[in-house]
Design a protein around this ligand. Structure first.
Ligand code: PGA
Length: 265
């Protein structure tokens, strides 16, 4: 088993999906930053990132830079190509130019609605890295996979394929998101999240080496709320959460980010 450390800075990431336009994004990020500031949130102990739609990124960048907020941000997807005749796609170079830190790749909604294979997810992760972005690589099993193959087989295979395209010494984030848990109100148990996160860390170790396995943040995602975040964060291999629905409510998302104040409650 990969060695466990406590020096990975947890990441609480809000995936807005196709919600909030650029004007709404400004109001939201302002309120979020103020809510955390009012609570004397320490950004050196937990990183808080938002993932708005592409059309919001410029507004979010200007606000965060102008007001010196400590929030980070990323895009919900990135093209596997750098430039050219790819109508509708967005290059990692453009995202980097907007100061994006992260790009989500392989979210189950992209895999499902756009038939993205794990090979494509690997190419997108490689493109993100080429442009200096940190890919947030999402993997997870469907309800049917869970029943027929158990929880870890599909995410492990998806991650093995995606990592095959990457250089060894690299910053990535991995998000374990059981498809059946996304938007369903039915989160995985903390034990399942820990078990799969541990196996994913082993995949990272085999593919990218022990150091990268040790430093990579593995998130859990799927119906994370302020009421269950602490139970996931107590797991040694879970280093944060990818939050969908609950990331659209300022106070709830701020409470999730402040899980340290309710760990043990
Ligand atoms: P959820 O979504 O928190 O609404 O379940 C998680 C995700 O899709 O990243």
């Amino acid at each position: 088993m990969a060695e466990l450390t406590t020096d990975r800075i947890p990441l609480i990431a809000g995936n807005w999906k196709m919600n909030l336009d650029h004007l709404q994004s400004i109001a939201f990020v302002q309120k979020l930053a103020w809510a955390l500031k009012d609570a004397r949130f320490d950004f050196s102990t937990v990183e808080v990132a938002v993932f708005p739609p592409f059309t919001d990124l410029r507004s979010v960048q200007s606000l965060i830079a102008g007001d010196k907020f400590e929030l980070t941000f990323g895009a919900q997807d990135v093209s596997e190509h750098d430039s050219g005749a790819y109508t509708g796609e967005v290059s990692g170079a453009f995202l980097k130019a907007l100061d994006c830190k992260f790009a989500i790749v392989g979210h189950s909604e992209r895999r499902g609605h756009h038939a993205e294979s794990s090979e494509t997810v690997g190419s997108k992760a490689a493109a993100a890295i080429r442009h200096g972005l940190v890919p947030v690589i999402c993997v997870g099993e469907t309800a049917e996979d869970l029943e027929t193959k158990g929880a870890s087989a599909v995410p492990v295979e998806q991650l093995e394929i995606a990592l095959a395209a990457l250089p060894k010494s690299v910053e990535i984030v991995v998000a374990y998101e059981p498809v059946w848990a996304i938007g369903s109100g039915q989160a995985a148990t903390p034990e399942q999240a820990e078990d799969v996160a541990g196996k994913l860390r082993e995949v990272i170790g085999r593919s990218l080496g022990a150091d990268t396995a040790k430093s990579t943040r593995v998130l859990y995602g799927g119906s994370v709320k302020s009421g269950n975040i602490a139970s996931f964060m107590r797991q040694p291999n879970v280093d944060g959460a990818l939050v969908g629905g609950a990331s659209l409510v300022v106070d709830e998302f701020a409470k999730i980010a402040r899980y340290q104040s309710h760990v043990g409650v």
